[in-house]
Design a protein around this ligand. Sequence first.
Ligand code: NAD
Length: 479
Amino acid sequence: MIIHKNFIAGSWVDSGSETENINPSDISDIVGVYSRAKNDLAKQAIAAARKAFKPWQYSTPQQRFDVLDFVGSEILARKEELGRLLSREEGKTLAEGIGEATRAGQIFKFFAGEALRIEGDIVSSVRPGASVEVTREPLGVIGVITPWNFPIAIPAWKIAPALAYGNCVVFKPAGLVPGCAWALTEILSRSGLPEGVFNLVMGRGPEVGQTILEQSEVNAVTFTGSFATGRQVATACAARGARFQLEMGGKNPLVVLDDADLKTAVECAVNGAFFSTGQRCTASSRLIVTRDIHDKFVDAVTERMKGLVVDNALKEGTHIGPVVDESQLDKDLDYLRIGREEGARLAYGGKRLNRDTEGFYLEPALFTGANNSMRIAREEIFGPVAAVIRVKDYEEALATANDTDFGLSSGICTTSLKHASHFKRNSDAGMVMVNLPTAGVDYHVPFGGRKGSSYGPREQGRYATDFYTTVKTAYTLPL
Ligand code: NAD
């Protein structure tokens, strides 16, 4: 089998060690063999990026537009093939895989345009005759560390703005999904980028990731992943004064009020909680429902869940693919046990399933009778498991929604403009949805959360400039 190598200073580099990328829908299917880098290659990649930054920081917006537009166009032209690779290695359905690949292409196209729109200010000085210019400049070398659950979209929304604003990149993808990272790198390798501007190093987090955090030549680290790893990123970067940005977990509430349109509420809950196998940081894992609609809502959600097809991600008609790997499946099953022990009722699902191909299949699970202090309502499970929490009225629903260590996204289903408006203003989350699932966002507007979910400037949209550039204020007195 071909070994997919690391990409450093414009060349494909082997490490002498490799891993197999296994399809979670069919563990007999090896997606590919991928090189596994150690610290030495991470250091080489960082040195290559540092060297490349000297000229690349002065590249023209047109040069950067051309690179990003090329990458975006190729991803869009190959979205079916890349979507299939994504579904095969991560386990989300083919439709979801193609949707994510499309989004990655759109993100590159968006930031191609942003490369042309880097603006500054000219301000009158308070001193006679002088003028002030405020401009944005690139930071230098950006370490990009990504999770497994969005194998192409998350790398895209970090790499595209980093390059658009004139930075160099060292990219370390999650170990479970090297396929999409490598495919994206292969496209970037033909995009016209000078050698060393973009580098891929596939390897273990505590090794390659940690090296990126600790090397003084890395000016900033953009990280998406778990809260625990985010803490380590913060500690290491803060210790050496590097800029960092963290996107971490969620425990996102979907509030359903008595006046909600029942069909809309059920669709929002099922989509938000279970699609992509519940493996989304924006998944609705807490369904907070007021008392008069509670029973109708639970019955309708349960009915809808009975129609969900859990099967091989690549099979036509599959609604929910497998869990990403065995250890995540064990974690999901553990939380199903914990929920029952805590006194919640497993109203539907939660069984491990067998299918034609051997994979990590789990029936989506709905708990009822949960309360907000249970572990299943406080800790991120990151699987197809949701808990219904019954509340008296809107005020209790809002208080329960905000009573969490996280604050990524939140949602409300209601036909009351008064409650929708109040919720948008008072929900303690970075993203708020009205009559829409908590998961599923546009690619051209800011993405991020509050409290334990995020740290630092927002990602995506034009707000990305805040992280990927540094501001210079220049004063001139013409003589
Ligand atoms: P993870 O924290 O285990 O790994 C994330 C990345 O960090 C991986 O590339 C990993 O190799 C690397 N890493 C691990 N240890 C490291 C270290 N010591 N130093 C540097 N890098 C290290 O997370 P995961 O399991 O891949 O992803 C799931 C998590 O990601 C969930 O908590 C989910 O909520 C979160 N997530 C958040 C968002 C968001 O935008 N808020 C989006 C997607 C996923």
